[in-house]
Design a protein around this ligand. Structure first.
Ligand code: SF4
Length: 519
């Protein structure tokens, strides 16, 4: 692979000439060369940085083993701690922002009501959007599934002889396996979002819907960039790495044949759509080349422009704890002399709309707040889910794509309900997770051992006398049984934990003794 940094190494080609001002008294000189400020400021790396744990191993349609991948993530303490703290920080910032908006709960209810209203009349609003978008000069396509989406985009690019495509972050295109498809037909895709570009260069999927590389330490990024962009492997300074990526990618952006964006909200009334970013990269993707293609999931429709404010106020506050994204770019039609195409993608959404217990998952605005608050997600990393969507929202969306493959995921939750509490569109996430567990048992997608254990537990818990007798027997057994009987391969719970010492008195017996069974 060529070395774009080397090519861009001409210092006069720097995008930020202030980085190498000649009379900078703070400049650090090495071998007669001035180091850019970030290089100069960086600290040496830890001699042996912790290796980045990789995501779930995928074996065809076999159920993804989230627990196995999570165990590997937990076994990398620097990564686990950083991931947990970074996401908890986002959750706390979200809380601060929320407390600054007295009408927060009203906004959530309104957002939920608008989405539910739209979803129950989705066909009408989609047609309204299509008609208005066409009037604005946009060519509208409909894609039944991921394969059709990819074929349509390929057809548009072929029609323009396009060989390279710059693209802003879009979970829908991840869902469609778009980059792999484009690689197979010889079209180069360049991600313009920094986190997504890091993941692309590392040949990894995004691990979070908003911050795709949040599971990586700086040292991981330094390793990826040194192998792909030719940066100094010993330099993990964030400014140095970001600038190196910019120097390498900007020429590719300027030379790209076509641009692609996703969409946060598509307004039926105006036929326009909005993309929210913090880097302005959607504007680069949409405005630098003459050809702009937008992939839009059909659930992104909102009826009127006046509804946009409700969602924009909620989105970034919930996602990152900031009042709004740096950019909320509105796209109305092709630029002068250009072309704009919109691909409206179903890919299982119509089917999900018909699922009585799960249709409201289509209200999701992909803010990631449920992931940031989830104790399982924070400590196991997004890639442990082995699916496009991870965290609580993933647990209820992924099985709609493939119930067998993702049959373990709804069990990766403590059902504490924090996800539902933070969700800006009031999706009853934890209830849907629980509903999926029952659904998977009904569909025989749960391992027999787990099913039998759950059945036995259910029967025991429904008979108070038998339950109390079993607890008394277990307490006695735990005190006397040899260790290998309790901690063995069949006891997954005991792999990482000690069974607590049983109390001398159960709550029930204390209650009987002290309250006489009366409340
Ligand atoms: S389910 Fe709710 S909290 Fe989770 S990503 Fe979607 S909108 Fe955000």
């Amino acid at each position: 692979m060529s070395n774009p940094i080397g090519q861009a190494g001409d210092r006069h080609a720097m995008l930020h000439p202030e980085l190498h001002a000649e009379h900078d008294s703070d400049a650090i000189i090495r071998n007669g060369q001035r180091l850019d400020h970030a290089e100069g400021a960086s600290r040496p790396l830890h001699s042996r940085p912790e290796k980045q744990p990789r995501g779930a191993k995928i074996h065809g349609r076999r159920p993804v083993d989230q627990a196995e991948a999570a165990a590997r993530f937990i076994a990398a303490p620097e990564h686990e701690k950083m991931h947990d703290e970074r996401l908890w920080d986002l959750r706390q910032k979200r809380d601060r922002e929320m407390h600054g908006i007295p009408e927060w709960e009203e906004l959530r209810s309104l957002a939920s009501a608008i989405k539910e209203h739209t979803l129950t009349r989705l066909d009408e609003y989609l047609e309204e959007f299509e008609s208005n978008a066409r009037s604005n000069g946009i060519t509208v396509h409909w894609a039944r599934d991921a394969a059709e989406h990819n074929r349509i985009v390929h057809g548009i690019l072929n029609g323009h002889g396009a060989k390279s495509l710059i693209k802003s972050k879009s979970m829908l295109t991840e869902e469609c396996g778009f980059r792999a498809y484009m690689a197979s037909v010889g079209i180069e895709v360049i991600e313009t979002d920094l986190g997504e570009r890091i993941q692309q260069l590392d040949n990894e999927d995004p691990s979070h819907v908003v911050v795709p590389a949040v599971h990586k330490l700086r040292t991981d990024v330094a390793e990826v960039f040194s192998g792909t962009l030719g940066t100094d492997p010993g330099n993990s300074d964030v400014h140095y790495l970001a600038e190196a990526q910019r120097q390498a990618t900007r020429p590719l952006i300027l030379a790209a044949d076509a641009g692609m964006t996703g969409c946060n909200f598509a307004v039926a009334e105006t036929g326009t759509f909005v993309v929210c970013t913090n880097e302005g990269n959607a504007d680069l993707s949409a405005n630098v080349p003459r050809l702009h293609i937008a992939s839009i999931g059909i659930e992104k429709i909102i009826p009127r422009l006046e509804h946009l404010g409700v969602f924009v106020r909620l989105l970034s506050r919930s996602a990152l704890g900031s009042p709004m994204t740096q950019y909320a770019s509105h796209f109305r039609g092709p630029r002068a002399g250009g072309e704009m195409h919109v691909v409206l993608v179903d890919n299982g959404r119509s089917e999900r709309l018909g699922l009585e217990q799960f249709w409201t998952s289509l209200k999701c605005i992909r803010c990631g707040a449920c992931m940031n608050t989830c104790p399982v997600y924070r400590r196991s990393g997004g890639l442990s889910y082995g699916a496009t969507y991870s965290g609580p929202i993933g647990l209820i969306i992924d099985p709609t794509f493939n119930a067998r493959k993702y049959s373990n995921l709804p069990f990766a939750s403590s059902l504490n309900g924090s996800c539902s509490n933070v969700c800006p569109v009031k999706i009853n996430i934890h209830e849907q997770i629980y509903a999926w567990r029952r659904e998977l048992v009904k569909r025989h997608e749960v391992p027999l051992v787990k099913k039998a254990a759950m059945k036995a537990a259910g029967e025991l818990l429904s008979r108070p006398a038998a339950y109390r007798a079993a607890i008394a027997a277990a307490d006695a057994a735990l005190a006397h049984l040899p260790r290998f009987v309790i901690y063995n391969g069949l006891n997954a719970w005991g792999k990482h934990r000690e069974v607590p010492h049983p109390p001398e008195q159960t709550f029930h017996s204390w209650y009987q003794a002290n309250r006489g069974g009366k409340s």
